[in-house]
Design a protein around this ligand. Structure first.
Ligand SMILES: Nc1ncnc2c1ncn2[C@@H]1O[C@H](COP(=O)(O)OP(=O)(O)OP(=O)(O)O)[C@@H](O)[C@H]1O
Ligand SMILES: O=P(O)(O)OC[C@H]1O[C@H](OP(=O)(O)OP(=O)(O)O)[C@H](O)[C@@H]1O
Ligand SMILES: [Mg+2]
Length: 282
């Protein structure tokens, strides 16, 4: 039975459970449940604190975990990312009162508050900057107002929390993060059960990012049309009853669907339709 760690709280937990559900796995019904068995898929899910997941996976007791890249790096655990999942996207950045700090080189002798001590201490050490790091559990933005630190390093998504606290980012992002599937470093990812799990999640990712596009076009414009919609392995082309015309079917990225429809229309395609993909195995 495959043993998988899933975040039990915070920004990762809802989207992770939703993705697993879309991939056909049973998920817990109550937020207090700490583990469930999905006998049909031969998987056991453990609901753990996101921060602890890399540690469990590195111990080898759990086969796979879902966590954030920033949490993985911060933990220093012996685990590696095997599939990025595209949600909980964020950057990790320094911030301070406007004008208080010119750049990272200015941090010498200052105090930095953060919940990600591992990332910050390494970032400073790599640059030979001697600054103090204070660990706080959360709501780090308030640390400056309350005099605990001059600088913070925290997760930034929209920047709203920083703005509300009257703070500004400075320097380059320390890292960019998103949710990941992780595995113990060096563990065999070719194992059939692991591969099946990854293929299912990849199916969800593809279904979320692609739509199926169908259209009719005169055969003499087919090559031009195929250049616009190359599909994954190549589009399906079928003859139409109406001589001189063909029907084309190809997957296209959802974000580009409207632009692609305009381009196809411009070269003479008609009856251009898109349909959602509910599940897929590439
Ligand atoms: N506002 C956000 N937008 C996107 N991702 C976020 C956001 N806040 C946290 N994350 C990501 O979620 C993960 C942190 O999960 P965790 O559950 O510890 O934090 P949280 O969502 O801040 O929850 P908590 O309420 O426990 O602080 C990290 O990978 C982080 O990058
Ligand atoms: O840039 P934004 O869109 O504002 O998002 C970033 C904020 O979201 C998270 O906070 P959370 O609500 O989890 O509280 P926490 O600081 O206590 O973890 C994170 O720690 C930032 O504070
Ligand atoms: Mg938080």
């Amino acid at each position: 039975m495959l043993r998988i760690a899933v975040p039990n709280k915070g920004s990762l937990s809802g989207p992770a459970a939703e993705m697993l559900h879309e991939a056909g796995y049973q998920q817990r019904r109550e937020s207090k449940e700490l583990r469930i068995v999905d006998p049909e898929n031969e998987v056991e899910f453990f609901y753990l604190r996101p921060r602890d997941i890399a540690i469990y996976v590195s111990s080898g007791r759990l086969d796979i975990g879902i966590t954030g890249r920033d949490l993985l790096v911060d933990s220093g655990a012996n685990a590696e990312e095997i599939l990025p999942l595209g949600f909980a996207r964020s950057t990790f950045r320094f911030a301070a009162k406007p004008g208080a700090v010119a750049g990272v080189e200015d941090l010498k002798g200052k105090t930095v508050a953060t919940s990600y001590e591992g990332i910050v201490a390494k970032h400073l050490a790599d640059r030979g900057i001697d600054a103090s790091v204070v660990h706080l559990d959360g709501a780090v933005e308030t640390a400056i107002e309350l005099g605990v630190a001059e600088v913070i390093a925290d997760v930034v998504e929209t920047g709203t929390s920083l703005r509300n606290a009257g703070l500004e980012v400075f320097g380059e992002p320390i890292m960019t993060s998103e949710a990941l599937v992780i595995r113990r470093t060096g563990a065999d990812t070719e194992e059939p059960k692991v591969q099946q799990f990854l293929r299912r999640l990849q199916g969800v990712l593809v279904a979320r990012t692609y739509v199926m596009m169908d259209y009719d076009i005169r055969a003499e414009h087919l090559e031009e049309a195929v250049a616009i919609t190359p599909g994954l392995e190549g589009p399906t082309v079928s003859p139409l009853h109406n001589e001189g015309w063909v029907a084309v079917r190809a997957m296209v990225p959802t974000k580009e669907a409207q632009r692609i429809m305009d381009d196809l229309y411009a070269i003479g395609a008609r009856a251009i339709l898109t349909t959602a993909i509910h599940a897929c195995r590439l």
